[in-house]
Design a protein around this ligand. Structure first.
Ligand SMILES: NC(=O)c1ccc[n+]([C@@H]2O[C@H](COP(=O)([O-])OP(=O)(O)OC[C@H]3O[C@@H](n4cnc5c(N)ncnc54)[C@H](O)[C@@H]3O)[C@@H](O)[C@H]2O)c1
Ligand SMILES: O=C(O)C[C@H](O)C(=O)O
Length: 485
């Protein structure tokens, strides 16, 4: 987006000493407002007859804007800026997750059962019957969030240490939304063979593997090989989580505009992890007319030097073998999906799409087209941003998908599960709520995870998804384990 709006992601708290008079606090908030920031809190820390010490908190648009807000305050008469704290960095001090013991360790008696000597009998039980690992260890509810830091958000190859805040965040989301204990496992290697070997070696402790932010096309081979070698589900969130959410959003967007999957022409910009999985799932759901776009242009037959996944797309999409530019491709198209790079299209390009067009511009943090421009011409617009309507984010999918898979000890993640999860997410938006700005539930809608988990469990059990998942047990972990003793 060209003009950035203030966001909680760039919230700062400024400690300011100001001359004590009737209008001094008012002048401060006016100054911040005139600088384009939004005041969200103001606390008086201390005061005496001559001076007031306040903590003023405000949302800014980015780091440069935050500096400018502080500078404008410093330029005011009688204002002394003492300290500026970045609230996002404050929240990350010491990391975002921790391990808690589920058992009390208050005396020798408890220690003797939780640890040695008692624990030895439990170890031997698992040695004799490996399936007991799911009942007697954290395996039944634990997922490894594995990354090599090679494609982190839209930031690129920033390495494993720098990827940690995202992986910790993912683990926090797993717990908050799915009750799943997830743990970051970042790897100081970007070698495919080595990653497969390491993940295979750590797998015994986990009930599932969530691959995260591993660059395409390596991610495809890593996922395929691990699926083949492991007896626990392997899910690549950037591929499958995104594809599930996009299919859910498109299902409802098509309901809004009154078009059918099999009739629409779709253009996807970005044939990486997300784009490839999105296209495959949409094709599986009946979309027949797709053009895939990447840096080198529209993927078409006869294009040289394509990697295997792009070659597959060139062979299986683009019916008319179009090879022109992106604005040309979307002219007359019904749906544009962007998972590539910022600012590739203008409002005028969107105006040339078919009547009642749908635009999902999902590059983070800045979408392929400014959604405010796109909304002037398209019937439905969605982005990945939390400050815009119709936020498409994987958190709608992965907590429920893993909740469901762990509940039934699933051994693999399948395309049937992806389709069922997408249907479950779409169905959460009832007919009475569906409109161009509500095609997808809020990430905070408490119905989403139970609905997705129930749909996944139903696929594994080979039964229809329950009509009212909230009325069924949310997790089999809530039920008493059988046959342990
Ligand atoms: N909103 C969401 O929930 C969500 C989910 C997944 C990905 N994304 C965003 O989508 C983007 C891609 O994610 P990914 O995981 O697929 O990354 P990726 O690196 O696997 O794939 C990105 C692809 O886009 C291509 N690309 C780059 N610039 C391009 C351009 N100017 N025109 C056409 N293609 C271009 C790259 O060559 C690559 O093939 C990122 O910005 C990411 O933040 C958003
Ligand atoms: O994973 C997310 O929540 C964000 C998305 O996958 C992205 O890459 O931007």
């Amino acid at each position: 987006m060209t003009t950035r709006l203030p966001s909680a992601g760039f919230s700062i708290t400024i400690r300011i000493a100001v001359t004590a008079d009737a209008s001094s606090i008012g002048r401060l908030t006016t100054c911040v407002g005139e600088a384009g920031a939004i005041v969200t809190a103001l606390d008086v820390v201390d005061s005496d007859p001559t001076r007031v010490l306040v903590d003023l908190t405000c949302d800014t648009a980015d780091s440069a804007h935050a500096d400018q807000v502080v500078k404008q305050l410093e330029d005011q008469d009688g204002v002394d800026v003492r300290k500026v704290s970045d609230r996002t960095f404050l929240l990350h001090l010491g990391g975002k997750i921790e391990v808690n013991s589920k058992v009390a360790l208050r005396n020798r008696d408890e220690l003797s059962r939780a640890y040695t000597p008692g624990v030895a009998r439990v170890c031997m039980a698992i040695a004799e019957n490996p399936a007991d690992a799911r009942r007697l260890t954290i395996k039944r509810n634990t997922v490894a969030v594995v990354s090599d830091g090679s494609a982190v958000l839209g930031l690129g190859n920033i390495g494993p240490a720098a990827a940690m805040p995202v992986m910790e965040g993912k683990a926090a989301l797993f717990k908050r939304f799915g009750g799943v204990d997830a743990w970051p496992v970042v790897l100081d290697t970007q070698d495919t063979d080595e990653i497969v070997k390491i993940v295979k070696a750590i797998a015994p402790a986990y009930g599932g593997i969530n691959l995260e932010d591993i660059a395409a096309p390596r991610c495809f081979e890593i996922e395929a090989r691990l699926r083949e070698q492991l007896d626990i589900p392997v899910f690549h969130d950037d591929q499958h989580g995104t594809a599930i959410c996009v299919l859910a959003a498109l299902t409802n967007a098509l309901r809004v505009v009154g078009k059918r999957m099999q009739d629409v022409k779709v253009v996807v910009s970005g044939a990486g992890a997300a784009g490839t999985a999105i296209m495959k799932l949409l094709m599986r759901q009946g979309v027949g007319d797709i053009i895939a776009y990447d840096r080198k242009g529209a993927l078409h037959r006869g294009m040289p030097d394509l990697n295997p996944s792009m070659q597959w797309l060139a062979d299986h999409t683009n019916k008319a073998n179009y090879s022109g530019d992106l604005p040309g491709a979307i002219a007359g198209a019904d749906v544009f999906i962007g998972v590539s790079a910022p600012n590739l299209l203008t409002g005028d390009d969107i105006a040339k799409m078919a009547d009642k067009s749908i635009v999902f511009a999902m590059a983070n943090p800045d979408p392929e087209v400014d959604p405010r421009e796109a909304r002037k011409h398209a019937a439905v617009v969605a982005t990945g941003r939390s400050d815009q309507p119709n936020q498409i984010n994987n958190v709608l999918a992965f907590p429920g998908v893993f909740r469901g898979m762990l509940d039934v000890s699933a051994e693999e993640f399948t395309e049937e599960m992806a389709l069922a999860a997408a249907r479950a997410i779409a169905d959460v938006v009832g007919e009475d709520k569906l409109n161009p700005t509500v095609i997808i539930p809020s990430v905070f809608d408490p119905r989403v995870t139970p609905a997705v988990a129930a749909a996944i469990r139903a696929v594994v059990r080979g039964v229809p998804a329950p009509a009212n998942p909230a009325a069924t047990p949310e997790s089999e972990l809530d039920q008493a384990p059988e046959g342990i003793f």
